[in-house]
Design a protein around this ligand. Structure first.
Ligand code: PLP
Length: 393
């Protein structure tokens, strides 16, 4: 039977990661894959996480099943982190998920069950994996314009123009902070306008919040979702512990549902629980349990927040250093936009040929759309990188 299957195309980003590993050049640079790296190019286990894991191993006395929506203490903690301490938790529920992707998929399945083949509007560009995830959930994906590549900023008028034509009941996927791949986020006024549009035209906001803490800090990065929860009756949020706790392979995250009231919230979580049960039955435990231990122990929580702050500050510094190196090499301020963007990514105005040349001639690995991982920028080698980029432009 398998003989009749077509060859599958490898995922572009994962493919780049494999090529990078196989490249023998010692001065190679990986600006491709979306994981945080320190100055040595490593993605170490955070200290707070390591200590929580030790505690978990020492104190856990059962591996019995937990249930489809996972651990209640974890869900309560992640609601507090994302929605804020003052949120109206009566109308908010969460299900522990297998990372942010798992949360995106179970929410998408829930929405498909509720709405049939509904439209889901995604920014152009967006994280490429949104397409297979929403296709698999049989939603109909429509793009809305988002990024003005000429001027390296959000094209807000075009975004609002297109979303203004969406049908009542359509779903709008929004990156809560640190837009992937552009790093270009909405201002608070722009978020207010999008929330107003969703309210007036009865669009359903679906947030992807994978980078809370990587932009302007844990609180500020959640401003958008908290504002929407205040002004709209319903929304969904897919959040992840992959980046801000560095738990990538452990697969921890949550699907958060905000409903009109407690009854509706319970009904929504009940349906989400059925989606989960019929899929993988129950989420993985280790990452979520570890995250909860970090958040619930005041000392570990402080260690974690300090580590997260220094990761963010490092990325902010790298943005400035890179822009500075590019300013010197290009004799222009055309790369200064990178300083004001947020999170782990920005886009360089490079053609496919230029990206290929950077890889083959300089061992510099960049994703095909020009997206660079800011955390992968070489602290000590910024001038060499700027030279190579200007050399191909
Ligand atoms: C925008 C966006 N959403 C969701 C995810 C999913 O993250 P996870 O690894 O937790 O599934 C990522 C990961 O790169 C992402 O960039």
């Amino acid at each position: 039977m398998f003989r009749s299957l077509p060859e599958s195309k490898p995922d572009a980003i994962l493919n780049l990661m494999t090529q990078f590993r196989a490249d023998p050049r010692t001065d190679k640079m990986d600006l491709g894959v979306g994981i945080y790296k320190d100055a040595n190019g490593n993605t170490p286990v955070m200290h707070a996480v390591k200590r929580a894991e030790k505690k978990l191993v020492d104190t856990q006395d059962t591996k019995a099943y937990v249930g489809p929506v996972g651990s209640r203490p974890f869900c309560d903690s992640i609601i507090a982190q994302v929605m804020g301490k003052d949120a109206d938790t009566d109308r908010i529920r969460a299900a522990q998920s297998a990372g942010g992707t798992g949360a995106l998929r179970i929410i998408a399945d829930l929405l498909k069950n509720l709405r049939g083949k509904a439209n889901i509007w995604v920014s152009d560009p967006t994280w490429p994996n949104h397409f297979p995830v929403f296709n698999a959930a049989q939603l109909n994906i429509e793009p809305y314009p988002y990024y003005d590549a000429q001027n390296s900023r959000v094209d807000f008028d075009a975004m609002m123009g297109t979303l203004g034509k969406a049908n009542k009941g359509d779903i709008v996927l929004l990156h809560g902070c640190c837009h992937n791949p552009t790093g270009a986020d909405l201002s608070q006024d722009q978020w207010r306008a999008v929330a107003e549009l969703c309210k007036t035209n009865q669009l359903f906001p679906f947030f992807d919040l994978a980078y809370q803490g990587f932009g302007d800090g844990l609180e500020n990065d959640a401003w958008s979702v908290r504002h929407f929860a205040q002004v709209l009756p319903e929304l969904a949020i897919a959040t992840s512990c992959s980046k801000n706790l560095g738990l990538y392979r452990e697969r921890a995250g949550a699907a958060i549902l905000v409903a009109e009231d407690a009854d509706n919230a319970d009904r929504a979580l009940g349906q989400l629980s059925i989606v989960i049960r019929s899929n993988y039955s129950m989420p993985p435990d280790h990452g979520a349990n570890t995250s909860h231990l970090v958040w619930s122990d005041p000392e570990l929580n402080k260690v974690w927040r300090d580590e997260l702050d220094s990761m963010r500050e490092r990325m902010t510094r790298l943005r400035s250093d890179f822009a500075e190196a590019m300013r010197k090499r290009s004799n222009s301020d055309q790369f200064d936009y990178i300083i004001g963007q947020k999170g782990m990514f920005s886009r360089l105005p490079l053609s496919t040929d230029q990206i290929e040349k950077l890889r083959s001639e300089h061992g510099i690995y960049i994703v095909g759309d020009g997206r660079i991982n800011i955390a992968g920028l070489p602290d000590a080698n910024m001038d060499a990188l700027a030279d190579a980029i200007m050399g191909v432009i």
